[in-house]
Design a protein around this ligand. Structure first.
Ligand code: PMP
Length: 355
């Protein structure tokens, strides 16, 4: 704390991101990045814009990127908003649609940034415990007022929600905005984008970080009716008109236009996930069914923190959460087949040694 920080900053409780080691020798399975490279067309588009045009500001409306997203999803372009990673889009959504001291509901356990945003915006966070199977208690979400944020699939559990459940939560109160965070939707879930035309209170948020393997250029987007999108623009243009740079805009547009490539990579990730899940179950692990590019695992006889540390010592980074209810679990991002074979081999050795 510093006396120079204003009261608002003193009260912040910032997010602590997963480890991003400088040392490239790790098999990195801790922050749900895509193990495959981005579309070659996206890389080419970014290289092509590295010239004197960089002296000019980028398009503040990101028109071409928004049009590419609108075309892929077959929605009007005025229903698309883009931002610097879905973290920024989510932060803007909190600042635009939720009001100080009013409730905003999210699950306990979920993406921990929601609580940080709720605190940033002085909201009244209502965290609703997941049930014993780590599922969302639907009725409890229907009963809250103020606003709702739901990731589908949830993180770090990987569990997905059927569309009719989302519909029920959205319809429960048309006066509150429901934000569905679909960061991992392309790995087996069902997107709520098709519901946007029916519900003015629905905002669907996605990212190019996972599906398009572009975490490094920070591009996320939201789809919602123009009333919501106009609100996000109003907020964005009161903070920073140029949230996306020229290189990111060019790369993201080419990536979206080549989403067929990302779909193929996602099919590979899903196949690896299913294979690894089956092998881990055979080795005695509990593996939650996952609709994402990670798995959430525990072993009845082995300590998760110890396993995390031992894996790290052997050059494999996974995610351990030192928090109630899930400190016996590890979240493991799905890497390439070779990376996952190394993970399986070392994990099996470690649990044998630990007997
Ligand atoms: N939502 C969820 C559920 C996530 O796990 C993440 C990634 N940590 C994000 C949003 C943010 O992703 P990005 O800012 O890279 O788009």
């Amino acid at each position: 704390m510093s006396k120079y920080w204003n009261e608002r900053v003193q009260k912040l409780e910032p997010y602590v991101p997963g480890e991003q080691p400088k040392d490239q020798n790790y098999i990195k399975l801790n922050t749900n990045e895509n193990p495959y490279p981005p579309s070659p067309k996206a890389l080419e588009a970014m290289r092509d814009c590295l010239d004197a045009r960089l002296r000019l500001y980028p398009d503040p409306n990101a028109s071409d990127l928004r049009q590419a997203i609108a075309t892929y999803y077959d929605v009007p372009v005025d229903t698309v908003f883009v931002g610097n990673g879905s973290d920024e889009v989510l932060a803007f959504a909190f600042m635009t649609f939720f009001s100080p001291k009013r409730q905003v509901a999210f699950a306990d356990i979920t993406y921990s940034f929601y609580k940080v945003y709720a605190n940033l915006c002085s909201l009244d966070p209502r965290s609703i415990p997941l049930d014993d199977a780590f599922q969302i208690p639907v009725d409890a979400f229907c009963e809250t007022s103020g606003g709702v944020v739901l990731p589908n699939p949830n993180a770090p559990t990987g569990r997905g929600l059927p569309i009719d459940v989302l519909r029920k939560i959205i319809e429960a109160d048309p006066d509150r905005v429901v934000v569905i965070d679909e960061a991992y939707i392309n790995f087996g879930g069902t997107s709520a984008v098709s519901l946007v035309k029916d519900y003015p209170n629905l905002l669907v948020v996605q990212t190019l970080s996972k599906f398009a393997a572009l975490a490094g250029i920070r591009v996320g987007f939201a789809i919602g009716q123009p009333e919501l999108i106009d609100g996000l623009n109003r907020l964005k243009n009161s903070l920073n008109s140029y949230t996306l740079d020229r290189v990111a805009l060019a790369g993201a547009q080419a990536a979206v236009e080549d989403f067929a490539y990302s779909e193929e990579m996602a099919r590979r990730v899903i196949a690896t996930r299913e294979r690894v899940s089956a092998e881990l179950r055979e080795a005695g692990f509990d593996v939650l069914p996952s609709e994402s590019n990670f798995i959430f695992i525990s072993h009845p006889e082995h300590d998760a923190e110890q396993l995390f540390r031992n894996l790290k010592a052997r050059g494999i980074l996974v995610r351990y959460f030192n928090q109630p209810r899930i400190s016996d679990h590890l979240r493991v991002s799905i890497g390439t087949d070779a990376e996952m074979d190394a993970f399986l081999k070392v994990t099996k050795e470690l649990i044998r040694e630990d007997r």
